[in-house]
Design a protein around this ligand. Structure first.
Ligand code: GTP
Ligand code: MG
Length: 120
């Protein structure tokens, strides 16, 4: 059977360590880093008016038990330390984090045909 060797390289792990640097003095920081570097992640860069707030609304509260039904964490998560998804908490951090996770030229710009029916 065909096989492929796939590996997260040191820069991938290092980026994970840097990502939550604002939280480095929190007691849960070591377990957070173990979690966030425990496997591959899917990265997205979203763009649009108010996208930081709308993404966080869709994601729901940090503690899944306080997250509304219909949010990703509310529907799919149980514990704060396993809350499925991350969203930047400010436009400045959005820019910083996208620069951390993507190299120039890796982002593609596209517009769904539905967009003009959702926002104008
Ligand atoms: P992110 O979108 O991942 O940044 O979450 P957030 O903005 O809702 O929360 P915050 O930035 O304050 O914390 C980052 C992550 O650290 C959270 O999503 C949790 O996974 C984890 N975390 C935060 N607070 C706690 C805590 O009290 N205990 C534990 N175990 N993990 C925590
Ligand atoms: Mg956060």
């Amino acid at each position: 059977v065909e096989q492929s060797y796939v590996m997260i390289k040191p820069d991938g792990v290092q980026r994970g360590l840097e990502h939550y640097k604002d939280l480095k003095d929190k007691p849960f920081f070591p377990t957070l880093i173990d979690y966030i570097t425990s496997g591959p992640v899917v990265c997205m860069a979203w763009e649009g008016d108010g996208v930081v707030a709308s993404a966080r609304k869709l994601i729901g509260s940090t503690n899944p038990l306080q997250a509304e039904p219909g949010t990703i964490r509310g529907d799919l998560a149980v514990q704060t330390g396993r809350n499925v998804v991350h969203g930047s908490d400010s436009p400045d951090n959005g820019k910083r984090e996208i620069a951390l996770w993507f190299k120039e030229g890796e982002l593609c710009q596209w517009e769904s045909v539905q967009t003009p029916w959702l926002v104008k």
